[in-house]
Each structure stands twice: as structure tokens, then as C-alpha cells.
Design a protein around this ligand. Structure first.
Ligand code: G1P
Length: 299
């Protein structure tokens, strides 16, 4: 059966985005006209995912509310003659099933994925980090490429990668490719947030993974690593060291990752999405040009 379940970890506190994230989840921050997590769900739905399991934590109920069918709001829009706005709520009626479980202690990404085990229940599954959008307006199909590769290569895991500047390797899981580096490659090793001098490449884990349920055994045996947290990367490393076939897929250039985990990349994502907005993009661009030229440019 094709892979149709995705685990979306959203329990992190978003401390790099304070005070913005003090009382709202970073996954609900707007990027253009939608919250981050709606893009993530739309991307996954396009790639054949029908069941979504959010691993949530304190202060994250806005995410659950966002995907509910809000009959009261729908009635209100109808009664007040604003039917044209119903289109903006069409995502509520997508044929998707939502599940929620809580990560009751903040023990890291690996632990969050382990919390999904009882629901995933022996199936192959996708992991999509809830603070990353792949492709402009989430138009990426990389997850479909990854699930197909998972089957054809009989892999134990498939991971998306993107190239980052050397000074940034310290923020990511970094691949050591085995043999020739193509758009698809096998991993010889994976290291969480290495020092730039120890990094085996500049290929960084880009927030999308496919796993067989075997990963849960490795997660259960993973000791706290970088930052004292149970790292998903460390479990994947143990899987590779045990002879597991782990494949990497490089994000195509037009399907870059937008990271909503820190201010610089969040601001960049917002600007790019606003400029590409079908309704407002041209005017936003004209406004930006005017700002950059010190107000001299004609509108
Ligand atoms: C996590 C992973 C890291 C990965 C990154 C982006 O780090 O631990 O390996 O490269 O997501 O996908 P975090 O951003 O949670 O520190």
C-alpha cells in the first residue's frame, strides 16, 4: 500500500522567534496569506498523504482549531453575504484525517517522532517538520519522489537534503554521501549539527523524511545527543551503522526550503510569498521597489 500517513512534529517552543511565539505556535505564523502549517498540509496532501498525525505540546491548540470545520464561521459568512470568502476555508473540507498526540516532555525531535509510534502502528510513514515550507507556496512534490524512491530502492529511510553555506552546517543534520553525488544518493553517515571543520559535506537535512517503522527501535535506544535532546539524526546514524540503506534526495533548485524557525529566514519567506501572491504580489513588488529606491520610484 502506498505511504499515506505523515507525522508532523509541532511541539517545539519556537524560542528563536520570541516574543512572536510566546502565546502562539510558530507553525501558525503567517507567511503571505496562510499559516505555515497549512502550507505543510497542502504539500503533503498533493504528495498522496491522507492521514496527518500532529505531535503537539503546550500552547499548540490553535493548530487543531485551524483544521477543524468551523460551521459557525461558515454560517456567519453566509448570513452576512460574504459567500465569496468561503473559498478561503475550502481547505477545511479536504479529504484528510487529522490525529493529535502530545509530546508530554520536551526531550527533542527524536522523542517527538517516537511519540507517534502507537498511531503509526507498524506502517511506513513520512515525517514533515511543521516549521518548514518546501517550494514557493509549498508547490513541492519532493515527498512523492521520496516515497516512490523508498519503495523502489527498498530503503530503510529516505531524507531530503539541500546545500547550505559552510558556516551554516552547524545548524543542521549533515550527510556524508556514499560514492557519487547525484540528485539521489546513498548515505554513508549522518551527523547532527557538526562543527564546520568536521562536516563531511554541506548537504543539510531539509525537514522531510520517509521511514520504515524500524526507526522506532533505534529511537528507543538513542541517548540524548546535541543540546541534551534525543536526536532523530542520531537514530538514523545508528540505522546506517547497522547496515540500513538510507537514501538522500536533493531538493530541486525551484523547490527550496523556507525555514520559519528563525527571524531572518522567516522574514525572507514572508517577503517572497507576499511578492508572489496572485492578488497582491505586483503591488507588493512595486511598494518594495519604492522603499528600496528611497521613495523616488514612480508607482
Ligand atoms: C532539525 C534536525 C536537523 C535538520 C533541521 C532542518 O533541527 O535536528 O537535523 O537539519 O531540523 O530540517 P532543528 O531545526 O529542530 O534544530
Amino acid at each position: 500500500m502506498p505511504i499515506d500517513i505523515a507525522v508532523v512534529p509541532v511541539a517545539g517552543r519556537g524560542t528563536r522567534l520570541l516574543p512572536l511565539t510566546k502565546s502562539q505556535p510558530k507553525e501558525m505564523l503567517p507567511v503571505g496569506s496562510k499559516p505555515v502549517v497549512q502550507y505543510v498540509v497542502e504539500e503533503l496532501a498533493r504528495c498522496g498523504i491522507h492521514r496527518l498525525l500532529f505531535v503537539t505540546g503546550p500552547g499548540k491548540t490553535a493548530i487543531e482549531n485551524h483544521f477543524d470545520i468551523d460551521s459557525e464561521l461558515i454560517d456567519h459568512l453566509r448570513e452576512t453575504g460574504k459567500e465569496e470568502l468561503l473559498e478561503d476555508l475550502a481547505f477545511e473540507r479536504e479529504d484528510l484525517q487529522y490525529f493529535y498526540t502530545r509530546q508530554r516532555r520536551q526531550l527533542g525531535l527524536g522523542h517527538a517522532v517516537l511519540c507517534a509510534e502507537p498511531v503509526v502502528d507498524g506502517q511506513d510513514f513520512v515525517v514533515a517538520l511543521g516549521d518548514s515550507i518546501i517550494g514557493l507556496h509549498a508547490q513541492s512534490t519532493v515527498v512523492r519522489t521520496m516515497t516512490e524512491l523508498f519503495e523502489t530502492a527498498a530503503a530503510a529511510a529516505v531524507i531530503a537534503f539541500e546545500e547550505v553555506p559552510p558556516e551554516e552546517v552547524v545548524h543542521y543534520g549533515i550527510a556524508q554521501p556514499k560514492g557519487r553525488l547525484d540528485d539521489v544518493f546513498e548515505l554513508a553517515d549522518l551527523i547532527e549539527k557538526p562543527d564546520v571543520r568536521e562536516a563531511p559535506s554541506n548537504l543539510a537535512v531539509a525537514a522531510r523524511y520517509v521511514f520504515s517503522p524500524a526507526i522506532f527501535d533505534y529511537l528507543r535506544n538513542t541517548e540524548p545527543g546535541k543540546g541534551g535532546e534525543i536526536q532523530l539524526t542520531d537514530a538514523i546514524q545508528a540505522l546506517i551503522h547497522d547496515g540500513g540503506r538510507v537514501m538522500g534526495v536533493r531538493l530541486p533548485p525551484h523547490q527550496a526550503r523556507f525555514d520559519i524557525g528563525n527571524f531572518e529566514s522567516y522574514f525572507q519567506a514572508f517577503i517572497e510569498f507576499a511578492m508572489a501572491d496572485p492578488d497582491y504580489g505586483e503591488r507588493v513588488k512595486a511598494f518594495t521597489r519604492k522603499l528600496l529606491s528611497g521613495g523616488d520610484e514612480v508607482e
